[in-house]
Design a protein around this ligand. Sequence first.
Ligand SMILES: Cc1cc2nc3c(=O)[nH]c(=O)nc-3n(C[C@H](O)[C@H](O)[C@H](O)COP(=O)(O)OP(=O)(O)OC[C@H]3O[C@@H](n4cnc5c(N)ncnc54)[C@H](O)[C@@H]3O)c2cc1C
Length: 257
Amino acid sequence: MVNFDVIVVGAGTAGSYASYLLAKAGLNVALIEMKRRDKVFKTTGDAIGIHHIERMSIKPPSDVIMIRYEGAELYSPDLSVKYVVLGKGFGLDMAKWAQWLIGEAERAGAHIFDNHKVQGPIIENGFVSGVRVLKPDGSTEDFRAKVVIDASGVGAVVRSRLPREWWVSEPLLPEDVSNAYREIIQVDYDIEKPEFIKIYLDANIAPGGYWWLFPKSRNTMNIGLGLWGKLSEEQGLNPRHNYDRYLANSNIRGVGR
Ligand SMILES: Cc1cc2nc3c(=O)[nH]c(=O)nc-3n(C[C@H](O)[C@H](O)[C@H](O)COP(=O)(O)OP(=O)(O)OC[C@H]3O[C@@H](n4cnc5c(N)ncnc54)[C@H](O)[C@@H]3O)c2cc1C
């Protein structure tokens, strides 16, 4: 059995940054991540508003930022209406971002347990007193702490396994989920206005959500779509299928002109 002040489950952005802050404040922190450390990476659109990063008390190194944005262009379904929303942002290299944040947590003193999978909370006398962990060698071990933070994202490995009558108990409902798929592609032409991310509302391509084209450089783009989880469940919609059907072979270059 291992004892900590705080256990943080999941070394994504939320978990790593929380671990950094808590360890820096002098607490004994365990950051538990099921993936191997060098494989921690989130598939996203890679775009983030600059205000989020400005609120952090640490600044990312320059190689984490691939492109700077001036705003977003939002397109109506028939592309006839375009709203331009100004606001600065970054296009990130998410692999470097993840490794940088885990490193910051570790440098602040957090203990990193990668390749360790949390199986669920340990509940004693009406409190969460720790988590049960599957270790790389196949054995399990109980980690205990005064506080457990569930930062396991959509995994929801702690909060979805609490007694239903607890107000913090939170099952993951399809209506709260967006199912998404994206690819990063290189093109042989200059992307128009790469300093603007582009968001398209289209009920065929991305029902209940949107599809996006986020430039990563003059010739590289992150392109994908997200569907409302409830529709995915009720109608069997799959974002990869819609990507292949509508976006993979489309004349992306002409979209929104
Ligand atoms: C395709 C796509 C595009 C997106 N685009 C954008 C975008 O452009 N901009 C933006 O701001 N947001 C975007 N998002 C949303 C963004 O990715 C999430 O909001 C963000 O990653 C959430 O961070 P997190 O730390 O809470 O969770 P996550 O990043 O999901 O991290 C959770 C971590 O917990 C670990 N974990 C899970 N279960 C366990 C377990 N049992 N034991 C141990 N570890 C566990 C996982 O391996 C993971 O490392 C996008 C999401 C997707 C899917």
